[in-house]
Design a binder for this molecule. Structure first.
Ligand code: FE2
Ligand code: FE2
Length: 281
């Protein structure tokens, strides 16, 4: 499985445009490309060692390299997908339904995260995982449309009123578990993280402490399985649809009758922010 370099370059505006990009911008673009489901895990290695992302001769950036790029960007790396465009202006969004369901959000707002999350849930389903793990995989990165930094915690908070505590646990801690290998369960540290965080990155103490807590928890397996199914959920030409999961959603997700965003929960504003990101205040 190889990176379709022509497709990747075309999406970024051609080889000249890629050559003009900073190291950081290329890494971000590659991440976006993979999140959209257009490249496989082998593509990361191919890209890292090839000219598309190794123009400076270094296969992976260091933490210092990444920090040095901060003031060369117009947006911060933790900003949600809906609030910035990696390539030109943002687009006008389709109106939301009057009483939005989770499926409506998948169809109308989770445009940059849905394929990756659907692939992850599809893989969990094929691997015979429980419905709670499949649902956790389906939801795990969707909050990145709103915010990326600490997305495990944000995501779990946004879904807390609607799913079981086990699903919330799996979603919240997949973020920290992503940094720690667990070969027994088939999870290795991803090259994507060497690219995103720097080859010499050491997780902060709160991540380390979270890992130490989660690894001893009775629901560790559920959270670990989100990371295992996550690792391989960047397959080209695999495009599962949300219809495959409507039964699992129906049994495991408490859809509010007023619609997500209008049900007066402590997280309703998070849903509204995803529904209407063009509101200036
Ligand atoms: Fe994630
Ligand atoms: Fe993910």
């Amino acid at each position: 499985m190889k990176l379709d370099r022509r497709d990747f370059f075309a999406k970024l505006g051609g080889a000249a445009a890629v050559a003009a990009m900073t190291h950081e911008a290329r890494a971000d673009a590659l991440e976006h490309y993979m999140m959209a489901g257009a490249a496989g895990p082998a593509a990361v290695t191919a890209a890292v060692s090839g000219p598309a992302t190794a123009g400076d001769g270094k296969p992976f950036p260091t933490v210092a390299d990444i920090e040095a790029q901060i003031e060369t960007q117009s947006r911060r790396r933790g900003a949600g997908n809906l609030f910035a465009s990696a390539n030109g202006n943002v687009k006008r969004l389709a109106p939301m339904t009057a009483k939005p369901t989770l499926v409506d959000y998948f169809n109308l707002r989770f445009t940059q995260t849905s394929n990756h999350c659907l692939q992850s849930a599809n893989r969990a389903m094929k691997n015979g995982m429980s419905e709670e793990i499949i649902l956790a995989c389906l939801l795990h990165d969707t909050v990145q449309e709103l915010i990326k930094v600490d997305h495990g915690w944000w995501s779990a908070q946004m879904y807390e009123p609607y799913v079981s505590p086990k699903v919330t646990f799996a979603v919240r801690y997949h973020q920290a578990l992503r940094f720690y290998e667990d070969k027994e369960h088939g999870y290795e540290y991803p090259d994507l993280y060497r690219r995103m965080f720097g080859v010499d990155y050491k997780p902060e103490p709160y991540i380390e402490q979270t890992w130490q807590m989660a690894r001893k928890h009775k629901w560790y397996y559920e959270s670990r399985m989100v990371t295992v199914n996550d690792l391989y959920a960047f397959e080209p030409n695999v495009h599962p649809t949300i219809d495959q999961f409507t039964d699992i959603i129906g049994r495991n997700f408490k859809q509010p009758k007023e619609g997500l965003g209008f049900d007066n929960t402590p997280v309703a504003h998070m849903w509204r922010s995803i529904a209407t990101p063009d509101h200036p205040l």
